[in-house]
Design a protein around this ligand. Structure first.
Ligand SMILES: [Zn+2]
Length: 232
């Protein structure tokens, strides 16, 4: 009995010491969203995707959603202050108390400063930044193989994360299609923007000793295993 009690206590301590507040960083096409989803179901950490927040706020016609929509529909990037407001509102919900995974945010150095400020006001901090890495050729292959659900907007990938049934969304049964902006030209553009605006975050978090690199040039289950290892 006694031993069992000790073991339980020990398990609990191990859970407590695990990393809870995570950022997934990486170029477009590296699989951040897919991996974050899988880690989220394994750990219960809440997956916070800025893309998904935008879609929800826009769908629900909130004041912030209406502001964000102007940028999204014109193909522009949503300004840092609006992104920050949306993310803060999401973080304040109770389900994030045990931890979260940011995917697609922060995207720039100013956004990283916002994250630090917002979290410290909540008495929290980023525990670990997972940098997912893959060579450019593979990124382009994956970016141009993306499939999007017409109904719920989630993404699949012909190469990386195919749907269970061809052409059909696993989540809602909606029809999958290839977005016009998933062309080679757009893929190259997105990678360039990433290099210029987001890649500096790798050094930023390295200096803070928060960075762990994981190769995305392997099977999904291997990537998930490696990420689980670095966060536990
Ligand atoms: Zn769907």
């Amino acid at each position: 009995m006694h031993d069992l009690g000790n073991k339980k206590q020990k398990d609990k301590e191990e859970t407590m010491s695990a990393k809870h507040n995570l950022i997934f960083l990486g170029p477009p096409g590296v699989g951040k969203g897919t991996i974050a989803d899988l880690i989220s179901s394994d750990t219960g950490l809440i997956h916070i995707s800025t893309g998904e927040i935008f879609r929800n706020e826009i769908k629900n016609r909130t004041a912030l959603g209406i502001k964000a929509e102007k940028y999204v529909t014109s193909g522009g990037l949503v300004p840092d202050n609006i992104v920050a407001e949306l993310v803060c509102a999401r973080l304040a919900k109770n389900d994030c108390d045990n931890g979260f995974i940011f995917d697609g945010f922060p995207r720039t150095l100013p956004q990283a400063d916002i994250v630090e400020k917002v979290l410290s006001e909540m008495g929290r901090a980023v525990d670990l930044v997972i940098s997912l890495e893959a060579n450019e050729e593979l990124l382009i292959q994956r970016l141009t193989a993306r499939l999007t659900c017409k109904k719920c907007g989630i993404n699949f990938n012909k190469l990386f994360a195919p749907p269970k049934n061809e052409g059909v969304c696993d989540k809602c049964g909606g029809e999958l299609y290839q977005r016009v902006d998933d062309s080679l030209e757009t893929a190259l553009d997105r990678i360039e923007v990433y290099k210029k605006e987001t890649a500096p975050l790798i050094d930023y978090y390295k200096k803070k000793e928060l960075l762990a690199s994981v190769s995305s040039e392997q099977k999904i289950n291997k990537i998930v295993q490696e990420v689980m290892k670095v966060i536990s």
